[in-house]
Design a protein around this ligand. Sequence first.
Ligand SMILES: [Zn+2]
Length: 353
Amino acid sequence: MRAVRLTLIPILVAGSVRAQQPSLTVGPVTAAAGEARSGFLDVPAGVDSGTRIPITVARGSRPGPILALVAGTHGAEVAPIIALQRVRAALDPAALRGTVLLVHVANPPSFLRRTVYYSPVDGKNLNRMYPGKRDGTVSERIAHVITREIIDRADYLVDMHSGDGNETLRPYAYWGKLGLDARVDSLAREMALAWGNDYVVIDTARPRDPRASVYTQNTAQLRGKPAITTEAGTLGVAAEEMVERNVRGAFRLLRYLEMLAGDPEVVRHAVFFDRTEVLRSPATGIWYPKVEPDRLVQAGALIGVVTDFFGATLAEVRAPFAGVVLYVVATPAMSQGEPVGMVARPLPLAPSP
Ligand SMILES: [Zn+2]
């Protein structure tokens, strides 16, 4: 197959000065210019069971940047996972400049066992394990493989999240403004707006040490690659509107990065949030949310109530400051110390890039 292709190309492009790029190999997957190939990154068994991460390498016909789109870091956040199947089908590598690396399900143990936040194998949150460990537990080994095979190769990265299996959510993005590299900070801001998010959380508190980067997005940024985390989707279901929102985001970003032809669009009137707080349950029992996502709340407003198993109120959770509820847990099971939602304070004016 390959030999045939190699003999055909010189005939087809004889006399052409258009640059073809060489093939790219990621793990066991090799894609020649103008083609998309799929396969699995192997995470071998170690101190616990291994797994395989499904990826696609879409190699454009012309040289250009490498964009990594990562879905399923949290396995029950499914709208981005379904969206990447559609991106794979709709993306024409022949029309592409550069390369798109699709990580279809970053965390297969969590996806297949439908767990929220934590791996069913080691009980760890993959999005707290970066850059990972070669000899760690499976979540750490997944992070290690994704860092080495995907993040180290990429020029740009989007870690695509949604409301987890227990969360309802108003779509937004995280912009990690670290203040270490003005180019990376500025491009990450533009990526959030190009993706189509009109709510952007400014996160200045992420770690600065590349050896303890913790988050997928932060791992890319500390390696000089502009990156964002997106949030669109809800409650473990692939609602059509949210799937399409993720697909649109990917193609909008591809046009913005000039990897696909077409007019780039950037959100003009975004709301930026400069302070956020994840609210945690003070008690174990049954959770009754009292707000919907996107609700504006005053300081002290009731976010929800935890009861014991018989119905007596154990605790109330109130907003620590005035802001917008970006997500809230909408299912009843609640353990002490677990998140119940997040409140974010909007800035009156957009900050400069
Ligand atoms: Zn997530």
